[in-house]
Design a protein. Structure first.
Length: 133
């Protein structure tokens, strides 16, 4: 079945023993290093992916994780694509040297993003997270 809740942009799909849910979240990149818990999946995800967009540029990233290994592909503007090979789930580079990065871990009913920043990022980033059971 598909259950769409437009008020909080969540969609859950169940079928053949697989549950999938999409959750929308955001973060102001100037926020201090720390954690951000995102819950509401309705299950404890075994895998998660993210599409992240930044509010002031055409910067985006796409990350995947099984909570043991994470990888992210990050686009810096329209002319450069950078594939980061370290264990990072989200990477946002607003301008040269102004970076926000997050690793991901599993928590009950959701995920925990652990953020670090370099330089002085200031934009708001938007995340579309997909969790699988």
């Amino acid at each position: 079945y598909i259950n769409s809740l437009s008020s909080n942009a969540q969609t859950q799909i169940d079928g053949a023993g697989v549950s999938v849910k999409v959750i929308e979240a955001n973060r102001l990149n100037s926020t201090a290093d720390g954690t951000q818990d995102i819950t509401g999946f309705g299950f404890d995800p075994k895998y998660v992916s993210v599409m992240s967009l930044i509010g002031i540029t055409d910067d985006f990233c796409w990350g995947v994780s099984d909570f043991t290994t994470s990888r992210v592909m990050h686009s810096e503007g329209t002319t450069t694509a950078v594939l980061t090979a370290w264990i990072t789930f989200i990477r946002i580079e607003e301008t040269s040297g102004n970076v926000s990065e997050a690793t991901v871990s599993a928590i009950t009913d959701g995920i925990r993003l652990t953020w670090t920043k370099t330089g002085s990022p200031t934009a708001r980033s938007y995340f579309y997270l997909t969790g699988w059971l």
